[in-house]
Design a protein around this ligand. Structure first.
Ligand code: PXP
Length: 249
């Protein structure tokens, strides 16, 4: 099986909206961030419309659909409301994520194996509408096989456990998590799934994941938006792009 194309960077702009919403009003504008990200080399924009609308709003999604020149990756929970919104906008890609109201961020991968039937019926209309369907899961063979069976075209592997172990200085766990990501990228690719990865990636953790030849896209948000306070958004993204390209070559 071949590896087509360069490693893509999807920039997640959720936390521009988090800062905006801390005060209400219109600033900083996630659409402006998306335009800067495009100019800085983002291959796509990712936005998660959460059920509680804590960051991205419905109007943001409408605005992104109007102005983007790169694909929108619409992250959503597997609910009827979100399915209707996705079917109305028909973004290039949808990524189905687990969502709990009390969590600070998307803490784990989706339990596909336990909900196979429901999820198969849930994603079918999205696929029929032309959206590329991705499922956000842990690096776990059972979940990957289930994602394949329900008809997802893409899996996104959750890199949070690897990044957390790195941040805590727990090198043993970090290396074990990285090895699981490597093995499961290869396994998913062998099933014909396109492999993406993301969550918690930083300049310090991106390179080993970017080096996996099966990984076609990384989705990165929180660190880049934080780093943009110091560097500016465009330069922060360019630096990430460079690390990804260097790791790949
Ligand atoms: N990929 C998915 C599916 C996510 O849910 C998130 C976080 O919303 C990310 C990537 C990006 O994670 P981070 O903001 O930690 O870079």
């Amino acid at each position: 099986m071949s590896f087509a194309g360069k490693l893509r960077l999807g920039v997640n702009i959720d936390h521009v909206a988090t800062v905006r919403n801390a005060r209400g009003g219109a600033y900083p504008d996630p659409l402006r961030a998306a335009r800067i990200a495009e100019e800085a080399g983002a291959d796509g924009i990712t936005a998660h419309l959460r059920e509680d609308r804590r960051h991205i709003s419905d109007a943001d999604i409408e605005g992104l659909m109007d102005v983007l020149t790169v694909p929108l990756n619409f992250e959503m929970a597997a609910t009827d409301e979100m399915q209707q919104i996705a079917l109305r906008h028909r973004p290039h890609a949808v990524c189905i994520v687990p969502e709990k109201r009390e969590e600070r961020t998307t803490e784990g991968g989706l339990e596909v194996a336990r909900e196979e039937n429901r999820l198969a019926h849930f994603i079918a209309p999205l696929r029929d509408a032309g959206c590329r369907v991705s499922i956000f899961i842990a690096a776990d063979k059972r979940q990957i096989e289930a994602a394949h069976r329900i008809g997802a075209q893409v899996i996104e592997l959750h890199t949070g456990a690897y990044c957390d172990a790195h941040a805590e200085g727990d090198t043993k766990t970090r290396d074990r998590e990285l090895e699981a990501l490597r093995e499961m990228s290869s396994f998913a690719h062998s099933l014909g799934l396109e492999v993406h990865a993301g969550h918690g990636l930083t300049y310090d953790t991106v390179s080993p994941v970017a080096a996996f030849p099966e990984v076609m896209e990384l989705n990165i948000g929180h660190f880049l938006i934080g780093e943009s306070i110091f560097l500016g958004l465009g330069p922060a993204i360019s630096q990430m792009r460079k690390l990804m390209d260097d790791a790949r070559s």
